[in-house]
Write a protein that binds this ligand. Structure first.
Ligand code: G3P
Ligand code: CA
Length: 225
């Protein structure tokens, strides 16, 4: 049962910050989940929304700012928005990194960065899993490098997700936990997919999805799993 910290340990530290990812490590999480967009100068930025409005003291589209400009905005008055490189360096192979592709153009950049870390610093493909609700970007990822593990995100249709996962030879299916029951979890596992539901936070929901024998849980409070 993998304990995966959603946007870092979001229940305890501001989401998608280095502090949230460090907290996830401190809680002995097996993995972290994070979201990525591109800056105007092509850096991979770890942030959930397409704008910086909700989480920082600035306003505007992530893609309209350079990395240097994005670094001048603060989260909760003290944290900077991290790049994906900074998160890789912090985690340093200590746990799985689930990278959710949000922004357009992120697939080739993330694939290239993963390849760079694998070549230069002894990481391996099992340190990563790329997920997205945008299945075109998952298809692009698998075409660029079929060794990179992929998790198919879905919030509505499990059957469609299963068909697509088979098509692109994904490693996992990441469903909204409310879609699950013991039978459909077992059906996905019989086809050799890991089942990694999100975002399961309450004790009651955690117990429920555990009873379905899922392979892992993505949660704001991974210590409760
Ligand atoms: O990984 C699943 C989950 O993160 C998807 O929802 O909105 O938190 O990115 P969201
Ligand atoms: Ca996410």
């Amino acid at each position: 049962m993998l304990k995966i910290a959603h946007r870092g340990a979001k229940a305890y530290e501001p989401e998608n910050t280095l502090q949230a990812f460090q907290k996830a490590l401190d809680l002995n999480s097996d993995g972290i989940e994070l979201d990525v967009h591109l800056s105007s100068d092509g850096h991979i930025i770890v942030i959930h929304d397409e704008t910086i409005d909700r989480t920082t003291n600035g306003k505007g589209l992530v893609s309209s700012f350079s990395l240097a400009e994005l670094k001048s905005f603060l989260i909760d008055g003290k944290h900077q928005i991290p790049t994906l490189n900074e998160v890789f360096d912090l985690v340093n192979k200590k746990c799985l990194i689930n990278i959710e592709l949000k922004g357009l153009g992120t697939a080739p950049k993330v694939v290239a960065l993963i390849e760079e870390y694998i070549t230069a610093t002894n990481w391996n493909y099992n340190h990563f899993i790329i997920s997205s609700f945008d299945w075109n970007m998952l298809e692009e990822t698998s075409t660029l490098n079929s060794n990179i593990p992929i998790g198919v995100l879905t919030e509505e249709d499990l059957d469609k997700a299963l068909v697509f996962a088979e098509k692109i030879k994904a490693k996992a299916i990441h469903p909204d936990f409310q879609l699950l029951n013991a039978d459909n979890v077992s059906e996905m596992q019989k086809k050799d997919f890991l089942v990694l539901p999100w975002t399961v936070n309450s004790e009651e929901d955690i117990q429920k999805v555990k009873s379905y024998k899922v392979n892992g849980i993505i949660s704001d409070n991974p210590d409760k799993i």
